[in-house]
Design a protein around this ligand. Structure first.
Ligand code: 0RQ
Length: 502
């Protein structure tokens, strides 16, 4: 077990998770590893939760500010939220316990573009970072760190935190060695230089994380897998969404607006995004690239069969079966995957330069193409904006997808006005549901509304949307983006009052 810790000085700083948790004090800001359920620390947060629960039993206050890469897992977000150990959290979460407490108003949550977290931290907007708690796959003889299945904000937390606690997880495959690319050329304005990345697979940095060894106060050994759920098997709706997109891509190739290999793909989190990737294989594409933040099972399969030749990301968010496949052919995947810090995987400059095709799930879109990715009925958060904004605004093509209804048809995903805006109409090129695809590029607001109603709305809701739009065109204060303000959010209120938007 100790061979994973090849630096003698750091090996001497080994201690139990409980001892390490004892070094984290109430009120501290802790920057943790972890991105979409991959590469999060698995031992110390659990010990910390026990310590916090004991403090609360004694009547002592004990809560932390927790910063991560993105979502983690029950052992981190779930365990700490359950004992009331988090009073501030950023930048993305998907844990049911944590979500419930955020929505109960007990935890302050900052939902922020994932590509901008590092800049926020470096500029001091997040305050002092007391401890970096980082999972790694190993420590080299010279003290450099072999990252694990996600890179996330680890570089930033290691660089900025006063103290560092390392969790060396021997369950993480050693074959990850060589897959990462950690770029150390970032700077703050006005000293920034162009980032020298021209293709998704370019390596512009180093395979390991640097760490000031004097800051390391504990090294904890762990042996536990990333805990990731399974994806829902693609249903009819997601297969049809995928079909519309693939047809659109072929149409764009025929029109000369895309080449046979498309442009680097970005694919978001969730079941729909995962299923859509499966559709690309059936579309007959080969030799594609991806410049994305998360590699889910759907993308791993495309890499595995050559549909995708090269993928850049910050995290491997795989089901247990996906992990098995990844580990079994890790030498192959190392040739086709580069894992980067999230400030690079989601960098506006790179997304714009490469011309990414951004494909993300949504909660709802409105007539004009504004998209809500995060909130139910305007107030209850699901996960967070994640990286969807980094890609939607800067990509070559920005596509949002959802079944046209949710909750067995009680909710329409196409509404007169979104109840929360994550992506404005200016950042949304395509809206796709199982009903069809609305290509909103080059259209005025009223033209967009007609396309959304005709192509995307469910037949049960289409007449209602058409009726709203017709009356808005007649009675709206302005006729550029017609709205009836006293009615625009009435669908959501009706759902809250009666359980249905109908
Ligand atoms: O809830 O499970 O309770 O039924 O939302 O919906 O249809 O399974 O879709 O898994 O693709 O997730 C937007 C959440 C879609 C995701 C979202 C309810 C629905 C269900 C999930 P239940 P589906 P997906 C890069 C990109 C933001 C982050 C992002 C997301 C649950 O895509 O989090 O894009 N995106 N990151 O019932 C009420 C509606 C609803 C609704 C769906 N209109 N009203 N509930 N649901 N539509 C990666 C990262 O950033 C890390």
């Amino acid at each position: 077990m100790t061979t994973r810790i090849a630096h003698a000085g750091l090996a001497a700083r080994r201690m139990s998770a409980e001892q390490a948790a004892g070094l984290i004090l109430p009120g501290m800001t802790v920057g943790m590893s972890g991105f979409t359920g991959a590469g999060y620390p698995k031992a110390v947060p659990l010990a910390l939760a026990t310590r916090i629960a004991a403090a609360h039993e004694r009547g002592d206050k004990f809560a932390l500010r927790i910063l991560t890469g993105a979502s983690t897992a029950p052992e981190l977000d779930g365990a700490l939220a359950r004992v009331g150990g988090i009073d501030f959290r950023l930048p993305y979460q998907s844990d049911p316990e944590l979500r419930a407490r955020i929505n109960a108003g007990q935890i302050e949550y900052m939902d922020i573009h994932l590509g901008q977290v590092a800049q926020y931290a470096w500029c001091g907007f997040l305050g002092k970072i007391d401890v970096a708690l980082i999972e790694v796959a190993g420590i080299l003889p010279d003290g450099r760190l072999l990252p694990s299945t996600s890179v996330g904000n680890n570089k930033t937390w290691l660089d900025l935190a006063d103290k560092v606690i390392l969790e060396v997880n021997r369950r993480q495959p050693e074959g990850l060695d060589g897959m990462h690319d950690i770029y150390y050329g970032t700077a703050l304005p006005p000293h920034r230089k162009p980032i020298p990345l021209l293709q998704p697979g370019d390596r512009i940095g180093e395979p390991y994380l640097r760490c000031d060894l004097d800051k390391v106060i504990a090294v904890v050994e762990s042996d536990a897998p990333d805990r990731l759920g399974r994806f829902a098997p693609p249903d009819e709706a997601s297969r049809r969404i995928a079909g519309h997109l693939v047809e659109f891509f072929h149409h764009e190739i025929a029109a000369g607006r895309l080449g046979d290999q498309l442009l680097p793909l970005q694919s978001g989190v969730g079941n729909i995004a995962n299923a859509v990737l499966g559709g690309l294989r059936e579309g007959g594409f080969r030799g594609l690239t991806a410049f994305t933040e998360v590699i889910q099972d759907g993308m791993l399969e495309l890499i595995g069969d050559g549909t995708i030749e090269m993928a850049s990301a910050t995290s491997l968010s795989l089901s247990p079966e996906g992990v098995e496949e990844f580990v079994r052919r890790i030498d192959f995947y190392r040739q086709h995957i580069v894992l980067r810090p999230q400030e690079m995987s989601n960098h506006a400059e790179l997304v714009r330069r490469l011309g990414c095709i951004a494909m993300n799930g949504m909660v709802e879109a409105d007539l004009y193409g504004n998209v809500n990715s995060t909130h139910v009925a305007g107030s209850r958060i699901i996960n967070g904006i994640g990286g969807s904004g980094d890609f939607a605004r800067n990509g070559f093509l920005s596509c949002f997808m959802s079944p046209s209804t949710a909750k067995d048809g009680a909710i329409s995903a196409l509404v007169p006005m979104v109840s929360h805006v994550d992506h404005t109409e200016h950042d949304v090129g395509l809206v796709v549901t199982e009903q069809g695809l609305a290509d909103l590029r080059g259209l005025s607001p009223k033209q967009r509304a007609r396309a959304v109603i005709a192509q995307c709305a469910h037949p049960d809701y289409r007449p209602m949307l058409q009726d709203y739009f017709d009356r808005a065109c007649r009675d709206s204060y302005g006729k550029h983006t017609p709205h009836l303000l006293n009615e625009a959010l009435s669908w959501h209120q009706r759902y809250l009052d009666s359980g249905s938007m109908r």
